[in-house]
Design a binder for this molecule. Structure first.
Ligand SMILES: [Zn+2]
Length: 157
C-alpha cells in the first residue's frame, strides 16, 4: 500500500491544478509483481480497462484505470491487490465514503442534507441525497455483516 499511498498523495497535490483545468487525476492500478510468482516469467499487460470514476473522502474524485497483467509462460492473470480494498468492484464510491457517511449519520447524528454539505464543503464531492442514503444503508449492511461474522466466529470457537 506504500507505493499506492505516495502515488495518491502526489495526485492529491496536483489536484488543485487539475480542478482548474476541469480534469480529474487518473491513476493506474495493477499488480505489484513484474515477474510471475508461479513460474518466474516476465508479466505483460494484457488488458487496460477504461478509467472508472471513483469518489474518495481521502483524495476527492479520482479516475482509476485498472490494468490486468498476464504471464506468457503459464497463463496466470494478475490484478491489483490494493484496488479491492479501496472500492467494491463496479462501484463508484470508495469504502471510505461509506464509512464517513455512516459515521456522520449515526455517530454525529447528522441529517442527509447536512452530510451532503459536509461532503461538498470538506471533501469536494458533490453527492446526491439519494446516493448518500445508499451509502448510509451500505454502512449498515457492512456493519451487520461484520457483526454476523464476529458472532459466528465466536460461536464456532
Ligand atoms: Zn507464470
Amino acid at each position: 500500500m506504500g507505493a499506492l499511498n505516495s502515488e495518491l498523495e502526489r495526485q492529491r497535490d496536483a489536484l488543485s491544478l487539475s480542478k482548474v483545468v476541469g480534469d480529474i487525476p487518473v491513476i493506474n492500478m495493477d499488480t505489484e509483481h513484474t515477474v510471475c510468482p508461479v513460474c518466474g516469467t516476465g508479466l505483460v499487460v494484457e488488458k487496460v480497462k477504461v478509467p472508472r470514476k471513483v469518489f474518495t473522502v481521502a483524495y476527492g474524485e479520482l479516475g482509476i484505470r485498472e490494468r490486468v497483467k498476464k504471464c506468457p509462460g503459464c497463463g496466470g492473470k494478475y490484478r491489483s491487490v490494493d484496488l479491492p480494498e479501496i472500492v467494491e468492484p463496479g462501484c463508484n464510491y470508495a469504502y471510505d465514503c461509506i464509512v464517513e457517511a455512516g459515521r456522520l449519520r449515526f455517530i454525529e447524528k447528522r441529517q442527509i442534507t447536512e452530510i451532503q454539505s459536509i461532503f461538498d464543503g470538506k471533501y469536494h464531492l458533490q453527492v446526491s441525497c439519494t446516493q448518500l442514503r445508499r451509502l448510509v444503508y451500505g454502512f449498515l449492511y457492512y456493519l451487520g455483516r461484520l457483526h454476523y461474522q464476529s458472532t459466528r466466529t465466536r460461536f464456532l470457537m
